[in-house]
Design a protein around this ligand. Structure first.
Ligand code: GDP
Length: 295
């Protein structure tokens, strides 16, 4: 995960290791490389710039107050700032309703159906939760089949209505089915398209209004870098979602989406997807991710 970014940051921070103290000059030199590493990882230019400005202020300010070596101090400051940028503390999902309704949103191929299954499996394994999956992609019969395959795999019921072309009605019926059958979590998988368009936004917004979910999650493919951030913004403008699910972090992703998304939409990344299997789901901890990035 993020190997390229980790290598480059390591090299950038190495510059200070040979120095006895932090100076304006060696900090500037180091941060130029840090900024370059972030830009190469597809972090937005403004974010990279404000990040290095903050690190610089801290480094020059803290220098005299610490016993750490300059190299160690810089690593610590960069780690703290990266953690902050990615969201500070980990945030869970709101499952306070009965049933709690979780609405999935995102583009086609982002990993919504896979993540719906992963989340259902994750909650089912917690024993106190009895999840129901609801298939609201009315455009692709294969999408409904796919959710049934996932449901069978993890032993979770899937509610679908193949003859019905109204996703709002299916979502409502799914929630009603959960209520009358003792399910305490309803996970609604929706249709995405290949790019942001008005029809998709209107549809997801209508489902959102009709079922008023406790938790609306935006699922995004981390491999799409800056596009991931732009798509997040478009969905957030319409849905004011509660959290982000970053998928495909097992792939050769550069890291830009993970680092930038929180500061652009001001919503936390809640879970990450790290593979195609149902078990490949992790809670997102900004500090652990920063540790991983900095090795
Ligand atoms: P949807 O169209 O948003 O429902 O996306 P899907 O759930 O169908 O996922 C699209 C593709 O991405 C499928 O081939 C999934 O197996 C794959 N996929 C989903 N999540 C992950 C992940 O975390 N890692 C990897 N490597 N593949 C994933």
């Amino acid at each position: 995960m993020f190997n390229n970014l980790s290598d480059k940051l390591d090299k950038a921070l190495h510059v200070l290791k040979g120095h006895g103290s932090i100076t304006e000059v060696n900090v500037a030199e180091t941060l130029k490389e840090v900024r370059r590493a972030l830009l190469d990882a597809d972090v937005n230019f403004k974010i990279a710039k404000s990040f290095t400005t903050k690190v610089k202020e801290k480094a020059l300010g803290q220098n005299v107050l610490t016993t750490l070596q300059p190299g160690q101090l810089m690593v610590k400051i960069v780690k703290d700032e990266l953690t902050e940028l990615m969201g500070g503390d980990a945030e869970g999902i709101n499952l306070s309703g009965n049933p709690s309704v979780v609405l999935m949103s995102g583009l086609q191929g982002s990993g919504k159906t896979t993540f719906s299954g992963k989340l259902a499996n994750y909650l089912k394994n917690k024993k106190t939760k009895r999840p129901l999956l609801v298939a609201c992609d009315v455009y692709r019969p294969a999408a409904i089949d796919q959710l049934h395959v996932v449901g069978d795999q993890i032993g979770v019921e899937v509610f679908s209505d193949r003859g019905n072309s109204d996703p709002v009605a299916i979502a409502k019926a799914g929630v009603a089915h959960a209520k009358s059958n003792g399910y305490n979590v309803v996970i609604i998988d929706t249709a995405g398209r290949l790019a942001v368009d008005e029809a998709m936004m209107t549809e997801i917004s209508n489902i959102h209004k009709a079922i008023q979910p406790q938790e609306t999650l935006f699922v995004v493919d981390s491999m799409t870098g800056q596009d991931a951030v732009n798509t997040a913004k478009a969905f957030n403008d319409v849905l004011n979602f509660d959290g982000v699910i970053l998928t495909k972090l097992d792939g050769d992703t550069r890291g830009g989406a993970a680092i930038s998304i929180k500061s652009v939409v001001n919503k936390p990344i809640k879970f990450i997807g790290t593979g195609e299997k149902m078990e490949a789901i992790d809670v997102f901890y900004p500090s652990r991710m920063a540790d991983r990035i900095l090795g």
